[in-house]
Design a protein around this ligand. Sequence first.
Ligand SMILES: [Zn+2]
Length: 195
Amino acid sequence: MAAPAPRQRTEARPGLRTAQAREEPCQVEVRRSQRRRRTVSAYREGDRVIVLLPARMSRAEERRWVGVMLDRLAAQERRRSPSDGELLDRARALSRRYLGDGVEPASVRWVTNQGMRWGSCTPSDGSVRLSTRLRGMPAWVVDYVLVHELAHLVEAGHTPRFWSLVRRYPQADRARGYLEGVAATAHLPLSECED
Ligand SMILES: [Zn+2]
């Protein structure tokens, strides 16, 4: 997927529509750019998919390209989106590597009803839940949210001890910045978790 053009270079002619018949309906915003000659690109911004098209493209071409780009994005996100079983394996490996043997998640699953949180956990039964909003994000970001929730199995609050556990994961600060950026771009008051 091509890198998104900086917004100021994009002549915005936003047209919102809903793409149905895919796994999860999403809003598609088409932006046309005078600077673009032939290249088409698409990326996710919060709950929307932004499709960047050359200004001169016809409506019929636009429809075709929006379909093509949504399919490509969905395929990319499927590749980047582990199943619940794979998530549990990853959580166990991360736990052993960064938190020691005492921390053992019982289950990890994707959930859609996370509200404004990226992740949550229940220390009493060892269950960890990740927001499906994380799907399609780089693995090191998903891993950070897993480490964050796993650390809560040891330490409930966001205490200094909690953060010293989380920072054993080398990309913790980078991932926190990434998630803050996503939340800000999407104008969502997303927080890491509820504590
Ligand atoms: Zn937390």
